[in-house]
Design a binder for this molecule. Structure first.
Ligand code: DC
Length: 223
């Protein structure tokens, strides 16, 4: 049977990963959070005192960097040079560094190759910024999930608090808006709604309502 590929894009904090995980579970698909891959490269840069905007230093670092994805009990783990960094990459300070490092074309190409290979071999729902527009232009379904920045900041704040990280609403809102700008305006494979992606504004929707919308469009049954 042909593999099914579903692309989910949108700005930070729109609910992409929560929705994608639920859909993956419901339809028996693999879920791939591509943001974790950019975060892992950014994490390594920061650990090595490298500015994520320093093109030459990042290229050098990239040559000795190995990113792998592992699934343990169906949960994605991001491996950096053989070490599981899934927890560390979720830290708030990694978000901006990931956005910065993701501007570098070579970083993107290295990670996109892994993403495309996973999609070739598996039925997968993949979330990120450029999945429908660049990574999987022929995906079977494409969604662009968004919400107003204030709502996204509110959700991100709750998320971080649950993980025991204390940030202020204003700080989160500011960083979300900077990241939006950064991700939308980079030269190579920016955050953009693919022409054929279905737009879902989740500002006034809860997770169940968003999942319902997505599922009403996806016409496949659990394999
Ligand atoms: O989804 P996230 O917030 O974990 O992503 C962190 C950063 O990584 C995001 O601000 C931009 C970058 N990113 C990207 O450029 N392309 C992707 N497909 C996924 C993430």
């Amino acid at each position: 049977m042909k593999n099914i590929n579903i692309a989910v894009d949108g700005p930070a904090g729109a609910g992409k990963s929560t929705v994608s995980k639920i859909i993956a579970e419901k339809l028996g698909l693999m879920y791939l959070d591509t943001g974790a891959m950019y975060r892992a490269v950014a994490f390594k840069a920061l650990e090595n005192d490298i500015d994520p905007n320093d093109y030459n230093a990042v290229l050098k670092l990239l040559k000795n960097t190995k990113i792998d994805i592992k699934y343990i009990d169906g949960v994605q783990h991001i491996m950096l040079d053989g070490k599981d960094v899934s927890e560390s990459v979720r830290r708030h300070k990694i978000s901006q560094a990931a956005s910065d490092i993701s501007k570098i074309k070579e970083v993107r190409l290295m990670l996109v190759e892994i993403q495309r290979e996973i999609a070739r071999q598996n039925s997968v729902i993949m979330d990120g910024r450029d999945i429908g527009s660049f990574v999987l232009p022929n995906a079977d379904y494409k969604f662009y999930i968004t919400a107003i920045p204030e709502e996204r900041a509110k959700r991100r704040l709750l998320d971080l608090r649950e993980k025991g990280q204390d940030e202020s609403f204003d700080e989160i809102l500011k960083s979300i808006m900077i990241r939006d700008e950064n991700d939308k305006n980079r030269d190579f494979a920016p955050l953009i709604k693919a022409e054929d992606a279905i737009l879902i504004d989740t500002t006034n929707l809860n997770i169940e309502q968003v999942c319902e919308k997505v599922l009403s469009i996806i016409n496949i049954s659990k394999e």
